[in-house]
Write a protein that binds this ligand. Structure first.
Ligand SMILES: Cc1cc2nc3c(=O)[nH]c(=O)nc-3n(C[C@H](O)[C@H](O)[C@H](O)COP(=O)(O)OP(=O)(O)OC[C@H]3O[C@@H](n4cnc5c(N)ncnc54)[C@H](O)[C@@H]3O)c2cc1C
Length: 110
């Protein structure tokens, strides 16, 4: 699988050319022995795949976070935290949040 990113504001390139360039580049870096070894290709476009950071982001994210928290919602994950996180990171944060909630709501019995 090859992942090719491009800015959302750019028009989508000709998909045939993208595939050709990807194969040529894979051969160039010795990831493929030859272009002929590719027997099929499939292109899937994932729009809005990544969060975008600008210098103005942080105060907006913090305001949104506080708004959600005040309403009893805990924003988590890549879009909840507006961060460039991996699957492992978002799962770790989800488990940590669940663990905290469990302890916060535990009834202490004498
Ligand atoms: C192209 C690409 C490649 C990646 N490759 C890797 C990789 O190799 N390794 C790695 O560790 N990470 C990779 N990641 C990152 C990984 O996918 C994310 O870190 C992870 O999926 C974030 O999990 P999440 O639960 O925060 O968000 P998501 O997985 O995006 O889950 C959010 C969910 O909320 C749903 N949703 C959104 N809006 C609503 C709504 N209004 N109502 C109900 N549901 C809604 C969405 O449909 C989605 O199912 C990649 C990401 C992309 C985009």
């Amino acid at each position: 699988m090859a992942e090719i990113t491009q800015p959302a504001e750019h028009p989508i390139e000709d998909l045939h050319q993208v595939v050709q360039r990807t194969i040529e580049d894979a051969v160039r870096v010795n990831a493929l022995r030859s272009a002929e070894s590719v027997i099929n290709s499939h292109v899937q476009i994932a729009e809005h795949a990544y969060v975008v950071f600008t210098v103005k982001n942080q105060p907006i994210i913090e305001r949104a976070r506080q708004h959600f928290l005040q309403h009893g919602l805990s924003p988590l994950g890549r879009y909840g935290q507006w961060e460039y996180s991996s699957m492992a990171q978002v799962m770790r944060d989800g488990f940590a949040w669940a663990h905290e909630q469990k302890h916060a709501h535990e009834v202490v019995l004498d």
